[in-house]
Design a protein. Structure first.
Length: 340
């Protein structure tokens, strides 16, 4: 009869592992998703333990000493005076007894070693391990002997100030004088506005055409450069027609009550004043090109351009004054000075 099966010992050897229950979704409950493992920029990979090899060495495990340090160790072994580590070993001394090393030098260093004729102790190149920049950084800065004023941060302002840095004389002398001559009834603000319109018209006008019969002052810039500098444009037009002298009539100088014409030289401001008066007289006779407050400034600027081009009637007045002055130059009598 076959033996009876006993299932009790077999059940003891089996491990009962129940299945995990599937997660059930419930209303109002949010299941958080597992975070992905990632590496941030702040992680330091150098702190991790890396495997090390006991029999092999890396390229930077055992570095070679410096040339000067190697020479010092060799001199110590041979019981010879070691070289100066702080100063370094010159290249010419290092390869003096090594012809094989001299052959492998660059061509530039070979030529410099051949042509070197400096004093004893000089070297063309140093192999010192100490950086010169660190020595210069540690060295104290030289003391300055300049004395600075107390309480002044950017230095003392030199006096006297130039004319363009002063509040009341910051404009060009010609611009200031012409503005005062344009002023009527004490309204200087109106004259300044007209002066600005005149300079703006000179700046935007096309380059003038110079007439060979009416030459300007010597050393004048080319016509294409005049609109770039309206103040120079204005100064050149006024100084070109400014008379050099005026005619003074002296009664009874010729005898019989006849007036004698005597030429009198003028100064710089007097000449410019006379030229501006002539230009104002010619500008008032022109017709207005349009309506508005800038009509007078437009006429004055147009007359200045006509002066530079040589088509203005002011040139005839200037030539007439000079012609009379040259004819009356014989009337100039220089009285001798007698000593008392």
């Amino acid at each position: 009869m076959p033996p009876r099966l006993n299932l009790l010992p077999a059940s003891r050897s089996l491990a009962f592992r129940p299945r995990p229950a599937a997660p059930q979704w419930r209303a109002g409950q949010v299941v958080a998703a597992p975070r992905a493992v990632r590496r941030c920029y702040a992680d330091d990979a150098s702190k991790k333990d890396l495997p090390e090899s006991e029999d092999r060495k890396g390229p930077n495990t055992d570095t070679l000493p410096h040339v000067t340090e190697e020479a010092r160790d060799m001199a110590k072994m041979r019981k010879m005076p070691p070289p100066e580590v702080e100063q370094g070993t010159p290249v010419d001394e290092y390869i003096k007894n090594d012809k094989e090393a001299y052959k492998h030098l660059p061509k530039v260093m070979q030529d410099s070693l051949k042509n070197s004729s400096g004093p004893k102790g000089s070297r063309s190149y140093s192999t010192s391990a100490i950086r010169r920049q660190e020595q210069l950084a540690v060295a104290p800065a030289p003391a300055t002997t300049e004395m600075t004023a107390e309480g002044v941060k950017f230095g003392v302002v030199p006096f006297p100030l130039p004319a363009e840095n002063r509040l009341k004389s910051r404009y060009d002398p010609v611009v200031e004088q012409v503005t005062n001559l344009l002023m009527q009834h004490g309204k200087k603000s109106v004259a300044q506005r007209n002066m600005g319109l005149i300079l703006n018209h000179l700046r935007t006008a096309p380059p003038p055409t110079i007439s060979p019969q009416r030459p300007l002052l010597p050393g004048a810039p080319p016509p294409s450069h005049l609109p770039l500098n309206p103040v120079l444009y204005l100064t050149l037009a006024i100084d070109s027609i400014a008379p050099l002298m005026r005619i003074r009539s002296q009664r009874g100088a010729a005898g019989g009550g006849v007036a004698l014409q005597i030429p009198v030289p003028l100064g710089l401001r007097q000449r410019r004043r006379k030229a501006v008066e002539w230009i104002l007289e010619a500008a008032t006779k022109r017709r207005n090109a349009g309506s508005g407050k800038g009509g007078f400034a437009m006429r004055f600027a147009t007359e200045l351009i006509a002066v530079v081009q040589g088509t203005s009637s002011v040139w005839q007045k200037r030539d007439g004054v000079h012609k009379v002055a040259v004819g009356a130059r014989a009337n100039l009598v220089v009285k001798p000075k007698f000593r008392k």
